[in-house]
Design a protein around this ligand. Structure first.
Ligand SMILES: Nc1ncnc2c1ncn2[C@@H]1O[C@H](COP(=O)(O)OP(=O)(O)OP(=O)(O)O)[C@@H](O)[C@H]1O
Ligand SMILES: [Mg+2]
Length: 663
């Protein structure tokens, strides 16, 4: 693959010291490519090739790596034997992690260590010296499973011949010995951490996800879509970690979605307020020094949940980008990476998601803005659903997504009203169409529980940013809990144990001032404080430490967009938006973990303009006969017969021939 784990491009500063530690030669390169290579004696080297210059090679011996700031794209390589230190920065964090991991595996993944045994080394050395050929280097081969297993064993994560975790005492002793050995050898300390990917780093991208990743890393402006659960946000996190941090701005239309990708809200970044101001005023607002600097520094703008970005707002920020950056290219030359599903919730024009109808009649989607066509170079649709594995449920959801409900779907969903989805004392989360309903359910249920209320206060790195953190991070600044409170986990703690973001549980006791939660799969977990980091619009980091829980008797459907939820109950009688019922249902992982109290086909509809937009996808790629939705049909409400028959045909065409990527 072109996203090679043995190649890394980043900024490199090199510094040599003499034998007594006095700094000598220094070199600095804004862009250099690091490559892991072997010579004909099979010794490993890091080859550093600064742009347009000759490569330098450093032998992988007596290497110390500092990777504390790996997540920010920084690491330090100290080649002791050569008295040289390489300071790497602006590296794509994910690529850096894989690069370090490859070094570690290649150094430890051979029986007998990274170096060939003495006899073969001597033989090769002799051949090498006798030969007239110059020394040659080749790229290291891709990491093999055998190398990985061996390196994992050496890191103490696999005990001999088994995959069980060693007891804490054994692990501690082994680690102590390893550290001693590492110290003596000068190899990478804490390399073990590179294997402890309990979060979704360990999951592999599918081929269709890889294709999008490749388009994004090649600098194209991309929009990718796909139904709920196709891994759009998951992929976005990988894309972000494969891009250089400088100039990469990760945003989303809502705070919850922004938090899922470790970014900020699009509104906070754009610096034009709520978007209601005139174009002239918006340009003035964005010209203020802090906002203008954000726009000038931005090279790649990422937006998740694009369906909820208002079209007029999108048009304004496109003009702002051109104006501030003094660049007439679309979006002022910024690479756009947009993702979302327009068949989920549409833009909220005003209000707090709580009103009866928040969308104005002239509501516009991003794809309707004139900026859209000019800014997007490639469009992809992800088709493989990862959130749900049951084909029956996936099929039902695909129908609901385009507003299509038949009798068999109605009866299957209505049948869920009686199913018992609770277990282990964990009640189902009620998904509400209105935010206020969800808040009052949580408050009153907590009040009604017996026992003392315990306050968990968040520790914010910047007290003046508490409001911003509240908007973007699901973990509240003040969390009141009681024993028996219904809660949801807000972090991926351990994927293989089911302790994932969205897992539902109940507080069973307090231990050392921390809540112990029993989850649906019977796992108990002491919820220690976790850290959330968000990037402010200006690029600085602010953090919140809090126990990773929130009350989960109820949520609003709007707040649930983007989440995967265990065990949900819903009444859809008050839904007020196209796509709202689909968003609610598609949060669940299976038909067995959902209860719909009053399912009615009328609660499910898709926006005809969105259906039309998706139809255009295929028109671009496939030469199929399309069923035109005449202009007079556009404004007709659901229920109109002519419009309905055209819509029905359109839906059918969308179901039978899934959209494919267009580039
Ligand atoms: N390649 C993959 N392998 C395994 N699991 C995956 C993969 N891609 C995504 N997932 C998992 O699928 C689930 C849904 O992913 P994600 O939330 O990114 O979907 P989405 O398309 O953003 O959905 P939504 O439209 O609801 O926001 C997550 O639990 C994620 O970890
Ligand atoms: Mg998502």
């Amino acid at each position: 693959m072109d996203l090679n784990d043995a190649v890394l491009t980043c900024a490199v500063n090199m510094q040599w010291t003499n034998a007594v530690g006095i700094t000598g030669r220094k070199l600095a390169y804004k862009t250099a490519t690091l490559r892991l290579v072997r010579n004909d004696l099979r010794e490993l080297f890091v080859e550093v090739t600064p742009e347009k210059l000759k490569p330098l090679k450093f032998k992988l011996k007596d290497l110390m790596v500092h990777k504390k700031f790996m997540a920010e794209g920084k690491a330090t390589f100290n080649f002791k034997a050569e008295n040289c230190t390489l300071y790497l920065s602006n590296a794509p964090p994910g690529t850096l992690m894989f690069f370090l991991r490859t070094i570690y595996i290649k150094m430890n993944g051979n029986e007998g260590g990274s170096q060939p045994d003495d006899a073969s080394l001597q033989k090769k050395l002799r051949e090498h010296l006798m030969s007239a050929k110059p020394s040659s280097f080749e790229d290291v081969s891709p990491v093999t499973t055998a190398e990985m297993i061996l390196a994992r064993k050496k890191a103490g994560l696999l005990s001999k011949g088994s995959v069980t975790t060693p007891s804490p005492q054994v692990a501690k002793k082994r680690r102590f010995e390893e550290l001693k050995e590492e110290k003596e050898r000068g190899t990478m300390p804490a390399a073990k951490k590179l294997y402890q990917s309990t979060t979704d780093e360990s999951l592999r991208l599918s081929e269709e996800q890889m294709e999008v990743l490749r388009a994004c890393t090649s600098g194209k402006s991309v929009f990718f879509t796909g139904s709920a659960g196709t891994g759009k946000s998951f992929l976005l996190r990988r894309i972000i970690s494969a891009l250089p941090p400088d100039g990469t701005v990760a945003t989303a239309s809502t705070g919850v979605a922004a938090c899922l990708i470790g970014g900020t809200t699009l509104h906070a970044f754009a610096g034009i307020g709520g978007g209601d101001a005139t174009m002239q005023r918006s340009l003035e607002l964005a010209s203020r020094p802090a906002s203008a600097q954000n726009w000038r520094k931005c090279k790649r703008l990422i937006i998740d949940e694009i369906s909820m970005v208002d079209g007029q707002f999108f048009e304004k920020i496109e003009a702002v980008a051109r104006h501030i950056r003094r660049n007439d290219r679309p979006f002022g030359g910024i690479q756009l990476i947009l993702c979302g599903d327009f068949l989920q919730l549409p833009p909220v024009i005003k209000g707090d998601f709580g009103g009866a109808t928040t969308a104005t009649p002239q509501q516009r989607f991003c794809f309707q803005s004139s900026a859209w066509e000019t800014c997007i170079q490639c469009v992809y649709e992800l088709k493989q659903v990862h959130r749900q594995s049951d084909p029956e449920f996936v099929k039902i959801l695909n129908h609901l997504r385009i507003g299509h409900v038949n009798d068999s779907i109605t009866s299957r969903l209505a049948a869920t009203s009686k199913q018992k989805i609770e277990g282990n004392g964990i009640l189902a989360t009620q998904l509400c169409s209105h935010t206020n309903d969800a808040n009052s359910i949580n408050e009153s249920k907590l009040e009604n529980l017996g026992g003392d209320k315990i306050l968990f206060k968040a520790d914010d790195s910047d007290a003046s940013m508490t409001k911003t953190l509240d908007q973007q991070i699901q973990a509240p600044s003040q969390l009141y809990l009681k024993v028996n409170a219904q809660v949801m986990l807000l972090k991926n703690i351990n994927i293989s144990n089911g302790l994932v973001n969205g897992a539902r549980g109940v507080v069973v006791r307090m231990e050392k001032d921390l809540p112990v939660v029993r989850f649906k799969n019977n796992q108990e977990y002491i919820c220690k404080h976790e850290k959330w980091i968000i990037k402010t619009a200006s690029g600085s980091h602010i953090t919140r430490r809090q126990v990773p829980l929130k009350l989960a008797w109820a949520f609003s459907i709007h707040k649930s967009q983007g989440l995967t939820l265990d065990c949900v109950e819903m009444s859809l009688s008050k839904v007020f938006e196209a796509g709202q019922a689909y968003v609610a249902l598609s949060r669940a992982k299976s038909l067995q973990s959902i209860r719909i109290l009053d399912f009615d086909a009328k609660q499910v509809w898709a926006n005809p303009q969105v259906l039309q937009f998706y139809k255009g996808f295929r028109r671009k790629l496939m030469d199929t006969t399309m069923i035109p939705l005449g202009p007079k049909n556009k404004d007709k409400k659901p229920g109109d017969k002519t419009a309905n028959s055209a819509l029905a045909k359109l839906k059918k065409s969308l179901i039978n021939k899934p959209l494919v990527s267009i580039s």
